[in-house]
Design a protein around this ligand. Structure first.
Ligand code: PLP
Length: 482
């Protein structure tokens, strides 16, 4: 073991040599990723059991720690960046985005106020505005970077709530005599709507799920009827969450129609574009943005579809000052670092300490450029359609929803109908347990379906072909066994 100092940092020479070792480790990992199992097949607790339960008393050398990463951590990972990872939205990491993360680490600033790191604040403002331009949002939309879309929607609904009953911030729901608010989202919308209602004291039950049409999009008539019924029953309709790219099928709600309903009823319109909004950077998708300028808030997760590594989500509000009014609060010890007339991002949410997330976004956006990102997104869409074509050529399979963006939902239907849901689920489980590919399953209209998400820069048509053959073979095998 090397003789390590008990005070201060690693020596510059030692650090340099460890960094070189790490650089090789990262490059090797990235190069060999495709040959690793996509997912482990361990029992829960196996990794924990292999790690020392006692915290270390003595410092350990970096080689030993990195050795354990190789031996114990890497084999216990689901490799989301593996070319055969087709789960969720297939979100990916890229070489430039890894470099962006690495540059961020030594800077280690707290981007809470402008004063505590001007560059972090101003770069955040810049990348937020780049994304705004790509999404064709008017300049009146300002944004803030959060970790996730779930946190974004919670903040958006907090503003909606405050504007509907202005003294809630000060006096609380009961003190302000707030009515029972209702929030509407499609039956396909993400569960973060309920989580936000729970956190804001609005009540999980007051998130009302609206029926969808044959394409899994909100039916505006059903929405209108629900709102009218709720008004008749003394509820106060507060907000509608329209989704652009739903979690299961990437369906897109009719935002312009919903905006009209929100205007008529003086309701807040939040767009959940966590996955789908990023696709607005494709010029051929301009119509995707219809109605967006009428929204009060919109969330986009560049960590889902714009190549920024997890986590990086932007909440835009039409008139960002509306968000500031609800959350600004400056304790005395921060007053000196709160320069007037500058943006202090701590004012735009509940978080005080904030990572410098903008840097990794800036690095990837500059490395790929809009055209580079658009070309890659276009390839995901192409691959999704290629896969759908293969499905159509095998009559034991059916598309379970229209192909949207990089998402394909499908079902094996070539077996005993009474066992078919279980069979579809078992196909996914068996493939995932094999470590050769990774898919997800979901339910649509109560039926189990398989689902792939194309979103990985390393996935080629050849990888996809292999996954398709694996799905066909696994389906035949499991169907024979029943
Ligand atoms: N909205 C949609 C449509 C999603 O699919 C997801 C997650 O997949 C979320 C919101 C929640 O995202 P986050 O993990 O950023 O909170």
């Amino acid at each position: 073991m090397k003789n390590r100092q008990n005070l201060g940092d690693t020596s510059p020479e030692e650090f340099r040599s460890e960094l070189h070792e790490l650089a090789d480790w990262i490059a090797d990992f990235r190069q060999n990723l495709g040959s690793l199992p996509v997912a482990p097949n361990d029992k829960p607790g196996a990794i924990l059991a292999a790690l020392p339960a006692e915290p270390p008393d003595e410092g350990e050398p970096f080689e030993k720690i990195l050795g354990d990463v190789d031996r114990l951590i890497v084999p216990g990972m689901v490799h989301w960046s593996h070319p055969m990872f087709l789960g969720y939205f297939g979100w990916t990491t890229t070489a430039p985005s890894i470099l962006g993360e690495i540059i961020t680490a030594p800077l280690n600033v707290n981007a809470m106020t402008w004063r505590t790191c001007p560059a972090a604040t101003e770069l955040e403002t810049l990348v937020i505005d780049w994304i705004r331009q790509w999404m064709h949002l008017p300049e009146e939309f300002g944004g803030v970077v959060f970790d996730t879309a779930s946190v974004g929607v919670m903040h958006a609904l907090a503003v909606a709530r405050e504007e509907a009953a202005p003294s809630i911030r000060k006096r609380g729901l009961v003190g302000a005599g707030a009515p029972v608010f209702r929030i509407y989202a499609s039956e396909q919308a993400h569960s973060s709507a309920e989580k936000a209602a729970i956190a804001l004291g609005l009540g999980e039950e007051n998130v009302q799920r609206v029926t969808t049409d044959a394409h899994f999009c909100i039916d505006p008539n059903a929405l209108r009827e629900m709102i009218a019924r709720d008004i008749g029953n003394n509820y106060k309709p507060l907000a509608v969450i329209a989704t652009v790219g739903t979690t299961s099928t990437a369906s897109v709600d009719p935002v312009a129609d919903i905006a009209k309903i929100c205007r008529e009823n003086k309701m807040w319109l939040h767009i959940d574009g966590a996955y789908g909004a990023g696709f607005a950077i494709l010029p051929e998708n301009k119509s995707l943005t219809n109605g967006w300028s009428e929204a009060d808030s919109i969330v986009v997760n560049p960590h889902k579809s714009l190549f920024v590594p997890l986590d990086f989500s932007v909440l835009y509000v039409r008139g960002l000052e509306r968000l500031r009014r609800v959350f600004t609060l400056v304790p005395e010890y921060l007053r000196g670092d709160t320069v007037e007339a500058q943006k202090n991002y701590m004012d735009y949410g509940i978080q005080l300490g904030r990572r410098f997330r903008a840097l990794k976004a800036w690095v990837i956006f500059r490395s790929f450029g809009r055209e580079g990102m658009a070309a890659r997104l276009r390839e995901f869409v192409r691959l999704a359609n290629v896969f759908a074509g293969w499905l159509k050529s095998d009559d034991r399979f059916q598309l379970a929803a229209p192909v949207n963006m990089g998402v394909v939902c499908f079902r094996f239907v070539g077996g005993d109908e009474s066992k078919i849901d279980q069979l579809n689920s078992d196909i996914v489980e068996k493939i995932n347990a094999s470590g050769r590919a990774y898919l997800t399953q979901t339910k649509l209209r109560g039926r189990t379906v398989m689902r792939i998400g194309l979103g990985n820069v390393l996935t080629t048509e050849e990888h996809l072909r292999k996954a398709w053959e694996m799905i066909q073979e696994t389906a035949s095998e499991l169907n024979r066994e029943r």
